[in-house]
Design a protein around this ligand. Structure first.
Ligand SMILES: [Zn+2]
Length: 187
């Protein structure tokens, strides 16, 4: 299903507004945890959860790690984002940005571990959170800067603190690569 009209432009606008708020240039990296902090949303690691049984912690960071990247947990009017420190820092940052995006977009809370049908049902909001999350991390001006500088994807991913697949996806989605190649007269 395509995004509603204007959603992608709105995502870019949000990425630009948050950077302006922190006095960052539009192409500079921005840790989503900073946005969360500004919104009064605490971001914690699984091991920070006091009272979690040792066996649960061991599972979430071991065999169960693939099922749990991050989650936004409502505490009355407050929100908490729990990230799984078993994952690479790039993937964790993607996940935090995804959960934060659900909150920015005021999505209804949804189950983390749905069956196939449920996952389908929520696909639209998941896609929106993925898109906004990716845009907050690597907005179009950032993708363009990466391309102009001619950074390789690994270096770019490290600079923006994101996973390599996310950086690749953003470079493709923004058309940054193509634009730079064209402006240099190379095809
Ligand atoms: Zn989600």
């Amino acid at each position: 299903m395509p995004f509603r009209y204007g959603f992608k432009a709105e995502s870019e606008r949000r990425a630009a507004e948050w950077r302006a708020r922190f006095k960052l240039r539009s192409e500079e990296p921005l840790d989503p945890r900073r946005i969360a902090q500004h919104m009064g949303i605490e971001v914690v690691k699984i091991s920070d959860l006091v009272g979690l049984k040792k066996t649960s912690l061991a599972h979430l960071m071991g065999a169960g790690a693939k099922d749990f990247s991050a989650a936004a947990v409502g505490l009355g009017s407050q929100w908490l984002i729990v990230e799984n420190e078993a994952h690479s820092i790039g993937r964790r940052t993607n996940s935090v940005a995804h959960e934060l995006s659900h909150l920015l977009l005021k999505h209804p809370p949804h189950p983390q571990f749905g069956n196939g049908g449920m996952r389908n049902h929520w696909k639209q909001i998941e896609d929106e959170a993925d898109w906004l999350g990716g845009t907050l991390l690597v907005p179009r001006p950032a993708a363009l800067a990466v391309a102009v500088e001619g950074l390789d994807i690994d270096t770019a991913a490290t600079r923006y603190g994101v996973s390599v697949p996310l950086m690749r996806q953003r470079l493709n989605a923004t058309g940054a690569m193509i634009q730079v190649k064209r402006s240099r007269g190379v095809n």
